[in-house]
Ligand binder design. Structure first.
Ligand code: NAD
Ligand code: DAU
Length: 332
């Protein structure tokens, strides 16, 4: 296939590109704005793959999209602002990228008559104290991040209903693995623990997340692209749920740190208590997760330990300013 992958220089998108180019032999064009979270280095090992092309541009820029979509058989959209804390502090880019960007891509897919896959999140369902979300669960997003992602999902479904577009949505749970920007819980805690810095746990640390390895989520998206029914939504959740504090304690164990590093800080406003996804529908298409959280977390910690060249430039750049803005007061 010839794929246009939007946001392919980010964390999950780069895993997806690697799998599709290397294992499926797809010809991939990546369209990416290279925000603070996007890095061409994430694609270093696919740059020489047959048919690979990188286009620097935003999904809300119709000209850039028209250039990138040329010759594509399908569009897969990962491009997004993805950090909940940043959406609380500065929602502007979230609205623009998720609303205007998704609209621009849908128009391009409609004009080209190609299949469209929207990468979405379990956060559109809101928080669930008990039980598990299915694709039929109502949307009840609780942050600017999840509200704008839900808006994008509804726009996709509106295009399916109105224009009969061949579009599909995949909603994933919390991803982890190599190449994740260290603003997110796991890489942040790993790098802080390796440096002997404080580990800022929000509230009581008993919030539960449903962890999925990024390669498993990338494969689920590929499965939906190849075998999904147009117009349908598919959840793809990980095999294991875990409270945040247990994640942090395991990272301390894996890095040889001390529990004294833990610092309980003011909770995130509107913090969702628990996410849990039923993935029966995508499993019925033949997908299943391969990586258990216990093993995947150990491999991820080892990857960060061995790949300082990847994260050192990040820790000294924009990230440092963000970190001081966000955690400065709480961590002194
Ligand atoms: P990320 O922040 O690592 O990467 C996002 C990528 O999108 C970056 O390369 C960035 O440069 C690019 N981008 C941002 N705005 C853009 C724009 N306007 N135009 C073009 N490119 C733009 O994100 P991620 O964690 O890899 O998430 C990818 C997708 O998966 C997102 O849609 C996210 O909502 C979804 N998702 C993420 C998770 C998770 O746990 N990380 C879970 C479920 C779903
Ligand atoms: O559920 C899928 C979502 O998972 C994706 O759609 C988002 O793009 C992705 O960022 C992630 O959202 P979360 O808010 O769950 O992830 P984050 O890594 O920010 O936080 C995970 C949990 O850890 C959450 O309960 C908040 C907590 N946390 C996070 C940070 C950064 C802390 O306790 N301390 C921290 O410093």
């Amino acid at each position: 296939m010839r794929l246009l992958v939007c946001g392919g220089a980010g964390f999950i998108g780069s895993h997806f590109v690697r799998i599709r180019a290397r294992e499926h032999g797809d010809e991939v064009t990546v369209l990416d704005k290279l925000t603070y979270a996007g890095r061409e280095e994430n694609l270093a090992d696919v740059r020489d793959a047959a048919g690979f092309r990188f286009v620097h541009g935003a999904i809300e820029d119709a000209d850039a999209v028209a250039d990138a979509v040329e010759g594509a058989d399908a569009i897969v959209n990962f491009a997004a602002e993805t950090h909940v804390d940043r959406s609380i502090a500065e929602p502007d880019a979230f609205v623009r990228t998720h609303a205007l960007g998704t609209y621009t891509l849908l128009e391009a897919a409609r004009a080209a008559g190609v299949r469209y896959v929207q990468v979405s999140t379990d956060e559109v369902y809101g928080s669930i104290e008990e039980g598990t979300f299915t694709e039929e669960s109502p949307l009840a997003p609780s942050s600017p991040y999840s509200a704008t992602k839900a808006g994008a999902d509804l726009l996709v479904l509106g295009y399916v209903h109105t224009y009969g577009m061949e579009a599909l949505i995949v909603r994933g749970s919390n991803n982890y693995g190599p190449y994740q920007y260290p603003e997110k819980l796991i890489p942040l805690m790993v790098l802080n623990a390796l440096h002997g810095d404080k580990l800022p746990v929000y509230g009581d640390g008993q919030q539960v997340r449903n962890w999925i390895h990024a390669t498993d989520f990338a494969r689920a998206i590929g499965h939906v692209l190849d075998h999904g029914v147009p117009g349908e939504v598919y959840n793809a959740g990980g095999p294991d749920e875990c409270p945040n504090l247990d994640v942090v304690l395991r990272i301390i164990e894996l890095t040889g740190g001390s529990d004294d590093l833990i610092e309980y800080v003011t909770d995130r406003p509107g913090h969702d208590r628990r996410y849990s996804l039923s993935s029966d529908k995508v499993r019925a298409l033949g997908w299943e997760p391969r990586v258990r959280f216990h093993d995947g977390l150990a491999e991820t910690v080892a990857w960060y330990r061995d790949n300082a060249a990847w994260w050192e430039p990040i820790r000294s750049g924009e990230y440092r300013a963000y970190y001081e803005r966000h955690y400065g007061r709480a961590l002194g």
